[in-house]
Design a protein around this ligand. Structure first.
Ligand code: NAP
Length: 380
């Protein structure tokens, strides 16, 4: 008996996000019907925002564009603010629903927004899914591998209890742990068929180097680039354990694995979508140093008072990366490996160079353009 399910309609909340837009692109290429839920902004319609996100993924528009339906939605409103008749139409055939929408902020001031979006937003999606879905429909919640928080062991593909903020690096991690438990409770109470997909740090395309995310190591690279222009040819010591690592997973690998999910009828509840081998900090830092007029030296034990002014400036700007600079987390992938074909899930040295080089070149062009525009703005 085949375990391959029939081709379903794919519904995606937060379809214009970095990860989801790459997924949508591939779904269209492979002939799926896609319903993209995107919020419109004051100056751009949901359709325009989705179109732009799709172009950004590969710099090409997918050819099977007519199989995409974009709907404006409100994450926290009843029925997402979408008429019931439309939702009935959406769920009239088999559906796999992917919930990508999330706040990726992590600072204290944004705590309320983070929890509202990541926990209440998921709960609302679960209610809507429960109201309209039919037998065999599935909901996939896109979580993060870093819902592990500050965890010493091997993070397994199972639910972990809610915990105090002191067990996490930031509110983003904690909110995703809470969201996972919201989903667990909802499944137990309603018998909903749902799954948690935990992604690690998603980076650019491993083959082309195209990188359109500002997250994690790219945010760090962006800050260092700005600094290197202002203070070129300096050697800067940064607080980072050179042997610690970042679990980076390429966007094309992530999309490949998401596509695999659609082919398997019976899936475990939780899958860790992480790299088989993480990338060590010294390699990331050396690559950035090679690409910019700056020499970064990672040092594990250095305090702010041992640093010069410039080094202290870098330290204060490392708000995100700083929390992840000494991580060496081990992730269990037994469930994933059981259902998804083997794949090289490691970001190679060459891929990392290509991604950082692409990302910094793009920024450089923006800076150069801005500089030109600024000069033009000067009255003659
Ligand atoms: N990127 C990574 O490395 C990574 C790693 C682990 C897990 N993940 C997970 O993967 C998912 C996608 O991440 P990403 O990096 O692709 O995200 P992203 O590009 O930052 O996009 C976030 C998405 O969430 C939507 N969103 C945020 N607040 C919202 C609100 N209040 N109402 C409605 N929509 C809202 C955004 O809509 P607008 O564009 O309208 O703001 C956007 O569609 C997230 O669940 C994230 O936690 C990502």
């Amino acid at each position: 008996m085949s375990n391959t399910p029939p081709m379903k309609k794919i519904v995606i909340a937060g379809a214009n996000s970095f990860v989801a837009s790459h997924f949508v692109h591939e779904l269209l290429v492979q002939g799926f019907d896609v319903i993209a839920l995107v919020r419109g902004s004051s100056d751009q319609s949901a359709q325009d925002r989705m179109n732009q996100a799709l172009i950004d993924t590969t710099l090409n528009f997918p050819s099977n564009f007519d199989q995409l339906t974009v709907l404006d939605y409100a994450l926290l409103e009843e029925d997402f603010g979408i008429p019931g008749s439309k939702l009935e139409w959406i769920f009239s055939e088999g559906v796999d629903f992917f919930h990508f929408a999330a706040s990726l902020k992590f600072d204290y001031q944004s705590k309320e927004e983070i929890f509202k979006t990541n926990v209440d937003g998921l709960h609302n999606a679960l209610k809507i899914f429960n109201r309209y879905s039919r037998n065999n429909d599935r909901l996939f919640f896109i979580s993060t591998a870093y819902s592990c928080g500050i965890f010493p062991g091997r993070f397994e593909e199972k639910f972990y209890p809610e915990d105090d903020i002191s067990s996490f690096r930031n509110y983003y991690e904690q909110s995703k742990r809470y969201a996972e438990n919201t989903l667990k409770k909802f499944m137990e109470e309603n018998g909903t068929q749902a799954h948690v997909i935990r992604l690690s740090q998603v980076v650019g395309n491993s083959e082309t180097g195209v990188t359109i995310t500002d997250y994690g190591i790219f945010d760090f690279a962006r800050r260092i680039q700005a600094l290197s222009y202002e203070f070129p040819h300096q050697t800067i010591r940064i607080l980072a354990d050179p042997q610690a690592n970042q679990n980076l997973i390429a966007i094309d690998t992530t999309v490949h694995d998401l596509m695999q999910l659609l082919k398997v009828e019976s899936l475990p509840t939780i899958l860790n979508f992480v790299a088989n081998k993480p990338v060590e900090n010294h390699q990331i830092i050396q690559t950035i140093s090679d690409l910019l007029p700056i020499n970064l030296v990672p040092i594990k034990d250095i305090t702010a008072d041992q640093m010069n002014k410039l080094e202290q400036l870098v330290l204060s700007g490392m708000s995100f990366t700083g929390n992840y600079i000494d991580t060496d987390i081990r992730f269990d992938t037994t469930n994933r490996d059981h259902v998804i074909s083997s794949n090289n899930r490691t970001v190679s040295k060459e891929s990392l160079e290509a991604m950082l080089s692409y990302y910094l070149d793009q920024l450089h062009s923006k800076y150069a353009g801005k500089e030109k525009a600024d000069k033009r703005d000067v009255p003659l």
